[in-house]
Design a protein. Structure first.
Length: 147
């Protein structure tokens, strides 16, 4: 009889401990994932394709929020002597494709790191629209400061 009471006590103890651990946490995670899944990067993907077509651009990273797009251009070798012209050419081409939004173009490595991190968070759905807006404000501030 003593063994049976011990088993029942252990069963109730485990049931209470394991059953109460998972409240509320999933709701927030699911909500965050829902917010993140709604963030479209179509404008950014189109911008990447457009600037990759330029002869002197080796690679590009872009992140967008609504109609605003932030692009990093990867330019290597001899073409680095013409960064100003390359940035202007890319920005003009992107503004022609996206006249309603803001276009920001950079060749700075810090901007590349920030945009790559944001792009990864977006693909992993680890970021909400509000967080994206805040992070893009920081990127914009860095661009304006001439990092």
């Amino acid at each position: 009889m003593n063994m049976k009471k011990s088993f029942i006590f252990l069963f109730i103890f485990l049931l209470l401990n394991l059953g109460g651990c998972d409240t509320g946490q999933k709701t927030f995670e699911a909500q965050s994932a829902d917010d993140a899944s709604e963030i479209s990067q179509k404008v950014a993907e189109d911008a990447e394709k457009t600037v990759k077509e330029l002869d002197r651009v080796d690679d590009a990273t872009a992140v967008s929020n609504k109609k605003d797009v932030y692009v990093h251009l990867d330019v290597r070798g001899f073409d680095r002597f013409f960064l100003k012209d390359i940035r202007k050419e890319a920005k003009d081409k992107l503004e022609a494709e996206n006249p309603d939004g803001t276009v920001e173009v950079s060749t700075d490595k810090k901007i590349e790191l920030e945009l790559t991190e944001l792009k990864q968070k977006l693909s992993d759905q680890e970021i909400t629209r509000k967080q994206l807006e805040d992070d893009l404000k920081k990127v914009d501030k860095d661009l304006k400061a001439g990092v």
